[in-house]
Design a protein around this ligand. Sequence first.
Ligand code: ADP
Ligand code: MG
Length: 738
Amino acid sequence: MAFLKHIYAHICFLEALFNFFVVINRNGKGYNDMKCEMENLTEMFGCNVFNDSVMRERLPKATYKALKKTIDEGLPLDPAVAEVVANAMKDWAIEKGATHFTHWFQPMTGVTAEKHDSFISPTTDGKVIMEFSGKELIKGEPDASSFPSGGLRATFEARGYTAWDCTSPAFLKEDAAGVTLCIPTAFCSYTGEALDKKTPLLRSMEALSKQALRILRLFGNTTTKRVITTVGPEQEYFLVDKELYKKRKDLIFTGRTLFGAKPPKGQELEDHYFGSLKERISAFMKELDIELWKLGVSAKTKHNEVAPAQHELAPIFSTTNIATDHNQLAMETMKKVANRHGLACLLHEKPFAGINGSGKHNNWSMSTDDGQNLLEPGKTPHDNAQFLVFLCAVIKAIDEHADLLRVSAANAGNDHRLGANEAPPAIISIFLGEQLTDILEQLENGGAKSSKQEGELKIGVSTLPTLPKDTTDRNRTSPFAFTGNKFEFRMVPSSASISGPNVVLNTIVAEALCEIADRLEGAEDFNAEVQGILKEIVLKHKRVIFNGNGYSQEWVEEAESRGLPNIRSTVDAIPALITDKAIKLFEKHQVLSRVELHSRYEIHLETYNKQINIEALTMLDMAKREILPAAIKYTNELASSINAIKSTGVSADTSVQEELLCEVSSVLASFRKNIKALEQATAEASNMHGNIYEQACFYRDEVLGTMNKLRADGDKLETLIDAALWPIPTYAELLFYE
Ligand code: ADP
Ligand code: MG
């Protein structure tokens, strides 16, 4: 017995020692982390998620079944079920070290918000117990007056509600504050208007499901209960050294560089794309993967992107709702993990001028709850009428509502990318590829009889395998490309939530499906009506299909002659939100009301104006307090040098110094003039009260215009001045130094 006790004491000691080292090694991170990492990947994946298997294990059978029905079939949630779930969730979270819970929501700021409450509840004997009720799970009440509402609520009307979204699983966040149970929620006002990005997304998913089901029923499908839209967002980002980052106010305040001359090398050698990863970057990526896997985010692909210091992460697709939540988590986690590696993660669409910026490729499709991808063409798409109906519905939707799709991808950052030969043009068009374009042509001419088949790809080396060839090549220049069994919307801004683009996609496709279903349901000859509708859609909307080079000037002209809109800037795009057409559409499908659309319009413009204003002020600060003094110092040095040489009495040539002094002084004069012009423009802009749209136009034309001039002078100075005097890290340092 004593022997056993002895062994037991030893084990305890070893465990304590181990824990001690874990804590030391992990630099303050919790024990949970290590436990997750030690087990194998399949066990680590989702270890911080209250997911299906945890629910199945911990909930009474009846509760589990009821909750599943809500999640999978959209049935209303029973409060009694919530009570049981809350308790199980709490026990699970506490076992994993949680002390607090938070309703996690996505206000219109584009970032997530949380307010932490602890589980403690006082008892009569002066102690506490850990409690979490169904009511607390279902409903939260953050004082929400400081979130953007676009005039939906006055500041004194502070009440806002968060409501549990059980279709996106709760998860645990671990950080310096400990472990927190995060409950994904929707956020709305006292009067029930959506104040967030999740509410309209959930509504749009329902709208699409309802209309898609009508079509499926018409094709004889009696079993599908729900149609889900699926999304896999590919996320691009930059990593730069944190110490250098801290020396650039522009990166800190605006996320992009407002000054910076071109370095000798850019991306012209194309040696970064898919290049092997540098040590520090791969260490970052490894930890990012682990952190995301623990949260149940299925990070799958990672690689270097085209621009130096640019990278990409792609997860495996999931339901649009979960994909949207997970993309927020991915962006947040990237920033957090970068910090731990002495890096700063830049999610801005255009952090550096002269090299590619970042976007998000929003891969989108529709699928039945029993797993049938409705955009899967099969081997012979020409005789797959159901596929052709869904495909044509998308084509019709995109052409009819190009303006909405465009505004869903608009923000101040993306204005630097779209149409700039690195990202799709601002013109919305669809790439379909050879096979489907051919089928549409056949439909137009009276009926599709055949599908072009894929061939084999012979590489010409007998030891290499013969590869089956895809039916169509890729087109990287198209904003909306069919990629085999999904569409890839490529205009989406890297820093933004993917909710907006998907709300639009779901709603406009729902509308197209609705119009088709209306006709088919009333048709006498179903097959003839299908053929008729398909032909009509092709005839009317083929103008939006373009398989050529979207970056070319010819396309801009061609698109114009086809009557396709080319909406060049965010400010031009925003009014699409409040056209009669948009209001009718969103109200019909109960996705956004007129009032909600107007609020979004306001918020969009307000955000734009504020962002440009911050950029202008940051630029002025850097120009006046960093660049100007450095330039003056340099002119001083030159002048002293000229004087010093002359005072020696030696008749040495001082023309180099004199020329340089003249050149720097003349750029300096222009720089100073543009500082004043920018000061005036920003003052004028912020004094424009009244019409927020006019103010936005002024910010775009006058303020941004002047910023560009000031930048040109600043960048010129950078190339003239002694490097030792230059006050901010250069592009070369930011992009190429490890
Ligand atoms: P590609 O090479 O064409 O970009 P990938 O297979 O790498 O294709 O997929 C890119 C993204 O598209 C991934 O996030 C992937 O999970 C996602 N994806 C694949 N199928 C679908 C689908 N049916 N619906 C939504 N996203 C999808
Ligand atoms: Mg892709």
